[in-house]
Design a protein around this ligand. Structure first.
Ligand code: ATP
Length: 380
């Protein structure tokens, strides 16, 4: 029997009869008044409907192309705008396995995760239909020369917080958890209120491990990858935490981690940030377009990003700890902060920025005994 592993979450014990129904019949549904989660099967869209919605996948409807496939904007008959992702040929072909994974993803719902509305299997085509986010992704909105939005600090901090909450949900509330593997600016989409939503979660499972997606990333957006993941293949929650640290620096600085020309040339964004941190000049990293901002808070965000990117994965905080650090007025215990690790590219440098501070790379240091935050400081 194919079963969605996420389906039993939060069903309370006296709902055991319903649990049995869910175990036996994965598509069984019950009313929200009786249980905390409603179990649904993924909606199936017909291929013809998606052809109509996207003007036959016309290139003028194309909004992007990533490692998983091509994304088109579509409009359903009821007027709802959707993002239609046509998965590339390398996605696993089996319909049953595909549908199981998709059922899993479509039952994962959180305000900071892009909602999967349904899917379509047509011959060898595998197509996913998502809610459409009008303000596109952070890379287009905030980074690069053609940025489309001018975001004040309140919006930027809300983007970091929302992304942290979405990740904390995937990592720590969902059972079993999901490691995103590909947290980066193009996967964080902004809704009409500029609230962030994480896209592409759960998709990595649809692709064989040895192909395209990871190699696409190694060729492209390498600045986001935790060194232990890209060099040693160790995939844990902490790889996402590392990427979140890089993303936070991008949001604060308005600069893309894809470049390697920072700090007078030749440096990754994270390397430059560490250099500035050691020199006590972190504010130099802040986006020049940010006219007014609370300096202490902005510096705290950058320091949290550095905690997230430490070379030793076990020293990085959990995402729930990150949300605490970002949201509460706490002082960070910087004695515990060690240099970031980095990986720049297959034929280029990799390693750890290591200057004055301790560069402990042992894995014995457990997060549970790691006091990142210390005193609550009084509001300014
Ligand atoms: N739900 C959506 N609403 C609006 N735009 C979207 C949506 N999903 C994706 N896009 C746009 O399409 C682009 C491509 O998305 P996609 O997720 O396929 O690739 P990517 O994030 O650039 O790379 P990768 O597949 O390696 O993660 C995104 O950068 C984004 O601008």
């Amino acid at each position: 029997m194919l079963m969605n592993p996420y389906k039993l979450k939060k069903i309370n014990t006296h709902d055991h009869e319903r649990c049995i129904m869910v175990l036996l019949f994965p598509s069984y549904t019950f009313t929200p008044s009786c249980a905390e989660v409603s179990i649904t099967k993924t909606k199936n869209f017909t291929y013809n409907l998606l052809v109509g919605a996207t003007n036959n996948f016309h290139r003028s409807n194309k909004i992007g192309r990533g490692g998983f496939g091509t994304v088109y904007k579509g409009v359903l008959k009821n007027g709802r705008e959707v993002a239609v992702k046509v998965l590339s040929a390398e996605s696993k072909q089996g319909e049953r396995e595909f549908m199981t994974e998709i059922d899993t993803i479509s039952n994962v719902k959180h305000p900071n995760l892009v909602e999967l509305l349904g899917c379509c299997v047509y011959g060898h085509n595998r197509i996913l239909v998502y809610e459409y986010l009008e303000n596109s992704s952070i890379d287009r909105a905030l980074l690069g020369f053609r940025k489309s939005l001018k975001l004040e600090w309140e919006k930027r901090s809300a983007i970091c917080m929302g992304t942290a909450r979405g990740l904390a949900y995937l990592h720590e509330e969902l059972v079993p958890h999901i490691v995103h593997r590909d947290i980066k600016a193009s996967n964080i989409l902004l809704d009409e209120d500029l609230q962030p939503k994480i896209g592409d979660f759960g998709l990595a499972k649809l692709f064989p491990d040895n192909i395209t997606h990871i190699s696409t990333k190694i060729a492209g957006t390498t600045g986001y990858l935790a060194p232990e993941y890209v060099l040693g293949g160790q995939l844990t929650l902490k790889a996402d935490v590392y990427s979140f640290g890089v993303l936070t620096l991008e949001v604060v600085s308005g600069r893309s981690s894809g470049n390697t020309n920072y700090g007078g040339g030749g440096k990754l964004l994270m390397e430059w940030a560490w250099e500035l941190y050691e020199e006590g000049k972190l504010l130099d990293l802040v986006d020049p377009e940010l006219e007014e901002f609370p300096k202490d808070e902005v510096i705290k965000y950058m320091k949290v990003a550095l905690f997230c990117a430490q070379a030793n994965a076990s020293r990085r905080p959990l995402m729930s700890q990150v949300t605490e650090m970002l949201s509460r007025n706490v002082r960070l215990n910087e004695d515990q902060l060690t240099p970031p690790g980095f990986f720049e590219g297959p034929s280029q440098k990799s390693g750890m920025v290591s200057k004055n501070k301790s560069s402990d790379t042992s894995t014995s240091h457990q997060m549970s005994s790691f006091p990142i935050t210390t005193t609550e400081v009084s509001p300014r």
